[in-house]
Design a protein around this ligand. Structure first.
Ligand SMILES: Nc1nc2c(ncn2[C@@H]2O[C@H](COP(=O)(O)OP(=O)(O)OP(=O)(O)O)[C@@H](O)[C@H]2O)c(=O)[nH]1
Ligand SMILES: [Zn+2]
Length: 204
């Protein structure tokens, strides 16, 4: 069923983007639905219009992991794996969505860490703060893919909800590409909770 109130996205910038992982283009997107606004970035390489399904990673912002290389989670390692895989294949896209802490925001995520240090798991910590376990809906990544005319993807994820969300917005997922990054002992409990409470497709 199509969304009666879809988010509208507008490409506001596109530029050359050489990285350690290969030579990409970077795109800035502004999203709007009524008063709600959301900004996202996409980095991509290769022919996006080719008929073969595009390798896509939807990465949710994680300042602690992405910038500080925190070992509490596997976000940074997953981002690197995605960029490396796309660089090696020569075609694909990472959509970096501004959904810090699964949508609760940076400071609330740090409050959740505090509760986790006192014994709560990631889900319980969110609930103790008055939030659902996961506030992400992936409308913006879906709208970005549509704006490129992309209809079919090979989605790099372990999260079945992301696959369902893409199918819901009319993007066909022809294949799930596992996103199993190198793990540290610090993230063992976090990953166990992802598998147990969110049904992530992880071999632990
Ligand atoms: N609320 C909360 N968010 C967290 C915590 N640790 C990481 N995150 C956020 O979780 C998001 C990443 O989601 P994950 O559940 O790790 O993985 P995923 O994107 O759902 O699934 P994959 O595609 O398989 O990686 C990022 O926005 C992180 O900031 C935490 O302890 N609490
Ligand atoms: Zn993280």
């Amino acid at each position: 069923m199509s969304d009666p109130n879809p988010i509208e996205v507008r490409k506001v910038a596109e530029a050359d983007f050489p990285t350690e992982y290969g030579h990409f283009r970077i795109y800035g997107f502004a999203g709007r639905r009524g008063d709600y606004t959301e900004d996202s970035v996409a980095v991509a390489m290769g022919d996006l219009q080719a008929p073969e399904p595009l390798l896509v990673r939807i990465h949710s912002q994680c300042l602690t992991g992405d910038v500080f290389h925190s070992l509490r989670c596997d976000c940074r390692a997953q981002l690197e794996l995605a960029l490396e895989t796309i660089g090696a294949e020569g075609r694909g896209m990472v959509i970096y969505e501004a959904k810090e802490g699964r949508g609760i925001g940076l400071l609330n995520k740090l409050r959740a860490y505090e509760l986790q240090d006192a014994g709560a798991d990631t889900v319980e910590a969110n609930e103790q703060l008055g939030f659902e376990a996961d506030l992400r809906g992936y409308e913006m990544p879906g709208a970005i893919l549509h704006s490129f005319g992309i209809k079919a993807v090979r989605l790099m994820t372990n999260n079945p909800e992301k696959i369902a969300a893409m199918e819901n917005v009319g993007i066909q997922v022809t294949e799930r590409v596992p996103c199993n990054a190198v793990r540290s002992r610090h993230s063992a409990r976090y990953l166990k909770t992802k598998k147990k409470r969110f049904g992530h497709l992880l071999e632990l």
